[in-house]
Ligand binder design. Sequence first.
Ligand SMILES: Nc1ncnc2c1ncn2[C@@H]1O[C@H](COP(=O)(O)OP(=O)(O)OP(=O)(O)O)[C@@H](O)[C@H]1O
Ligand SMILES: [Mg+2]
Length: 490
Amino acid sequence: MKEFLLPPDAKTLINSMRAVGYSFEAAIADIIDNSIAAGASNIRIRFSPYNAAYVAVIDNGRGMTGSELTQAMRHGSRNPDEIRSETDLGRFGLGLKTASLSQCRKLTVISAKSGSMSSRRWDLDFIEDRKDWALLILDEKDIEDIAILPEIGNKGTAVIWENFDRVSAGESSLERCLCDALDRTRDHLSLVFHRYLTAEPGYRKIAISINDNYIEAFDPFMTWQSATQRLQVEKIKVDGEDIIVEPFILPHQSKLKTSEIEKAGGKEGLLRHQGFYVYRNRRLISWGTWFRLAKQEELTKLARVKVDIPNSLDHLWEVDIKKSVAHPPEAVRQNLKRIIARIFESSRRVYTYRGRISHTDNLIHAWNRVVDREGIAYSVNRSHPAINELRGSLGDHQKYLLEGMLRTLEISFPAEAFYADMAGDQRNVKQGIDTPEELLDLARALLSTAVSAEAAEKLLAGLRLIEPFCHYPEMLDKLPALLKEQDIAN
Ligand SMILES: Nc1ncnc2c1ncn2[C@@H]1O[C@H](COP(=O)(O)OP(=O)(O)OP(=O)(O)O)[C@@H](O)[C@H]1O
Ligand SMILES: [Mg+2]
């Protein structure tokens, strides 16, 4: 066999790699990953949408020497299988190049370390011209032309994007597109890096600004709200590493300020953003999904689950190049499923019992009339013995199905038709029980849950306070005799 070296075509490959699918804000987040990994405490994004438009990310991290910078500019600068430090947010040795060139045609990196400054540039026009991986090294005069040069200290790195063709593709104004993109970037970074932007115990706080406006952290679990519920933290061990899972139930909308609901994505956003929030080394990589272990539902919209994974488990979580996708491995999925069932229960409670139940008697009703600020709702009373007993006999998944069924019935109650029928002249809405045998059937189901004859007797006596039995006192009087007859017949 003969060997033949076949390097990729520079122009074609570098252009194809631009289509990895980065959004502007995700690309900036990738550049910030590098700054954080380099130990930066202050990261400044500077941009100008006018004339020679540019976007620059300037950090005060450890910086790079000339040879380190050359290596950093190489596509695939590091081995993806390398064991990385706990604070390193990188994996593939690609982000700096692919994220940048997905948005612009000219990427310049200037880095200062040990008193010297180095700079390198990938320029797609130049590569196309040379038909090769031709990296540019800027000389002193070229560097002096860089607008943000005075902002680079004696230690740190600046990543500069110029010549934007993608950002405004199909649009007429680059100016407006860049400003919109930076607006989205602010929201994106405030969520993705929220744990870095606040002083989490044991970690240093990092400042990120856009044109000198500091970005505030947005905590998707609303832990500043005293009404947010924190459920028990669980640890899942995989390959000797800990995955830490902490579920939160957000407060019901009626307890949130309008501005808080807006920040959470509006009423619709609350629904869409329920699910797992996966953090890789405290950086949010994936959110608003239940990983197909459950459905996104109105009922569970208040549930959000923080999942902390270390970078040493990247291979199991199938983390992608953009680090925007992570899929839990089998061992973790099983545990998450169990945790979901527990969370759904708590979320349901917040949601279903948010109002005041407006019964004035001491009967156990099958339906609750719930009055809250938004109006009146009717819900099935989950504590009614007929439902409570059934729920108690079910596994987690069946409980979940039962809940789905009850909610379906509640939500689709034909209130308007019912109102029209009741308000009409005929008032012939048929409801109720006609014979003691019918009542007996219902009672028997309940009595079957009693563990002893004594308990059955007590329950029988208690039926006078439970719907629907309480509405039929005469039939109830006949029940003991009927029951006895049947017992004898059986
Ligand atoms: N701001 C920075 N400060 C110091 N070093 C940097 C900076 N940005 C990049 N580097 C160096 O350049 C290397 C290549 O960065 P790049 O983002 O391309 O890959 P990565 O971070 O290693 O992995 P990934 O593709 O997952 O992001 C980094 O590993 C790091 O050594
Ligand atoms: Mg990187």
